[in-house]
Design a protein around this ligand. Sequence first.
Ligand SMILES: [Zn+2]
Length: 385
Amino acid sequence: MTFLLAVLTALLLLPASGRATAPDETAAGNLSPASLPVRGLAIEAPKPAGLDAFLHFIEDDLAPAGFNLLILRVDWNYAYECHPELRDPDPLSRNDVKRIVALCRRSGIRLVPQINLLGHQSWATQTHALLRAYPQFDETPSVKTENYTSWPNADGLYCKSYCPLHPEVHDVVFPLVDELCDAFEADAFHAGMDEVFYIGMDECPRCHGRDKAELFAGEVTCIHDHLAEKGRQLMIWGDRLLDGRTTGLGEWEASYNDTWRAVDLIPKDVFICDWHYERADLTGIYFATKGFPVAECGYRNPAVCRQQIRDMVRFRQQTTPETAALLQGYIHTIWSGADSFLRRYNAMKAGQDPTDSGRRPYDADRDDVRALMEVMAAFTERDTD
Ligand SMILES: [Zn+2]
């Protein structure tokens, strides 16, 4: 009887006609962040040595705070069977991943793995695994990462890209995507695709002279269609789809290299992660009115993160049910290594100094820890206003 009651209750709570939310969740008066369909965290996957601490973090912190989405940047930190040459040293094993999968399932958290595709194939002087093993995929082979000094530089080098028109690149990349999604038992995959500065470059014999928006859209669509064959959704960062010159948004946060017109060229079920770290920009509405499911994404400014959550709740309340259903929620981002972040997070939680002498340059002392704690508090509050 109890079971039957539970089933009936669950059926009654199911959204109508496949929409992400029931209409009454966006009704006036419901200003609770807990009503957001997506309450997420995007963070680097731990190394095997940090896995236990990471599992504790999911179980003891994320789940109780109501997170229901975890995007893990795995990249080359997995023991790929299809391309072992692309494994980082000491990668996560399949069994390691299965421990994360089991815990997230138990905790009601949707798990989405990420590999940076197209852009972010290098960082500063380091070229990452794909272009190390397959230098023929490099969009700008004349640019040498070992010569990188700082930004700006004569090469315009921020991160390298692979050439989306190389005839063999997807033969390498898609088996990796499939193997990772299978291991994570995932119904969605995050392909990154942010901050692509090198695209349609003059030196590339395939891309030279082509429309950059069409090149970007072509790659998004190609990945989308591959995932769709197995019923999986594509998630990407939104910056390449925003017009930097018109909006005044920065060169990283929006596109100054003409990719932004791709917003009208890609499938409408691509999930857009709309990141803004310095201000709570209102571009989530732009994506939703274009027809995309979208989440706002914040990072290390607690007040901005709080505002983004508040805005998303209010947008959902103030728009039509059709638009509200696309305004999916908020995904917090952490950009330091998962292990170093958790050391600082746990220290601060215990009332200790979170300074980590081993931190990498992008770690932002205490601000990123404070911001996550602010988001956790917001998610567990009943009202934001
Ligand atoms: Zn090319």
